[in-house]
Design a protein around this ligand. Structure first.
Ligand SMILES: [Zn+2]
Length: 320
């Protein structure tokens, strides 16, 4: 392994003040230079201290008081190293330099860019220097991209994850309407049309309407003949940050079909968007949608299915 010494620089602080010291000579050819007075170090510095902690966001459940304690600990270190006066204003420390502050990063900042949270992943997944995704060679290879954004992985791996969630929901619905199924959901293979005594369940089946409608194929359609109800269930496992947008997208997508069904069958119809973030995130109110699905499917189980499938995708990615 070789270090890129040309990018290295050193800065020496004595009692909180930058001092000029000699370059470090490692051998005849390599020297670690003194950082210029006006120079900044791009890779690691004060501004990088907090992002190190953000690597663990989404994995460790940091609570607000822990983050506040972390901020306080960092301020203590600043003071001990004469970078911050013990009586100076705390808020000013976090203000941008243009406003007279020191613009330190704050751990207790809830407005974290979720995409940035996973930017660390390429270096772990990908041992080479090229951060591009090894499958599509187009986008940066982040965990977010691998589990929900890659154009090469989505058709295969992500479709199978989507179908596994559907398989589990279909199995619950069949059980609710006393339709004979296997004892485990993963042994259940949904048929395009399943008939029960008072219900018809459609799986990935186009509904023919009098008026031409583009979105006429929700993942699961439940025609509850006893209660004159029709549920249109459509699932998607998007990137966590798209959970909200995708929920509204699904609701809007099937509006026309809802109206046509009410006209054709005289059934009350409802769209149920089943949107689970690829890393397990759900939108507020998603539980209510899930509760509308007959058979009492468990959110925890769905999250487990999604995360287990991710393990499979990531393992595949790691071995290539
Ligand atoms: Zn890709």
């Amino acid at each position: 392994m070789e270090f890129g010494l040309s990018k290295c620089a050193k800065a020496t602080f004595k009692r909180g003040k930058l001092r000029n010291t000699k370059n470090i000579v490692l051998d005849d050819d390599s020297i670690i230079k003194e950082l210029d007075q006006e120079g900044t170090y791009k890779y690691l510095g004060v501004n990088e201290a907090i992002p190190v902690v953000t690597y663990s966001f989404n994995i460790i459940n940091w609570n607000l008081s822990e983050l506040q304690r972390l901020d306080s600990e960092i301020r203590k270190q600043f003071t001990c190293n004469r970078m911050l006066h013990p009586k100076s204003d705390v808020d000013r420390l976090y203000l941008p330099r243009s406003k007279g502050g020191q613009f330190a990063a704050r751990a207790n900042n809830v407005d974290v860019d979720t995409q940035a949270r996973h930017q660390w992943f390429p270096n772990i997944l990908h041992n080479g220097a090229d951060p591009k995704c090894r499958f599509c060679e187009d986008k940066v290879e982040t965990i977010d991209h691998i589990v929900s954004g890659c154009s090469i992985l989505i058709p295969g791996e992500c479709k199978s994850r989507h179908d596994r969630v559907g398989q589990y929901l279909h199995w619950n619905i069949c059980n609710h309407f006393s339709i004979k199924t296997h004892s485990n959901w993963y042994e259940h293979h949904p048929e395009p049309v399943t008939e029960g005594e008072t219900v018809t369940i459609l799986w990935d089946f186009s509904i023919h309407t009098d008026r031409t409608i583009q979105a006429n194929r929700p993942d699961i359609v439940i025609k509850d003949k006893k209660n004159n109800l029709c549920f249109l269930i459509d699932m998607i496992v998007p990137s966590d940050r798209n959970v909200s947008a995708k929920t509204f997208e699904k609701l809007a997508k099937y509006k026309d079909l809802e109206i046509e069904i009410e006209k054709m069958w005289h059934f009350k119809s409802r769209t149920i968007p089943e949107v689970i973030g690829a890393l397990g995130l759900i939108k507020k109110g998603a539980k209510e949608y899930l509760e509308m699905i007959p058979g009492n499917p468990s959110l925890q189980e769905i999250q487990k299915i999604v995360l287990n499938s991710n393990t499979h995708v990531s393992r595949r990615a790691l071995t290539i």
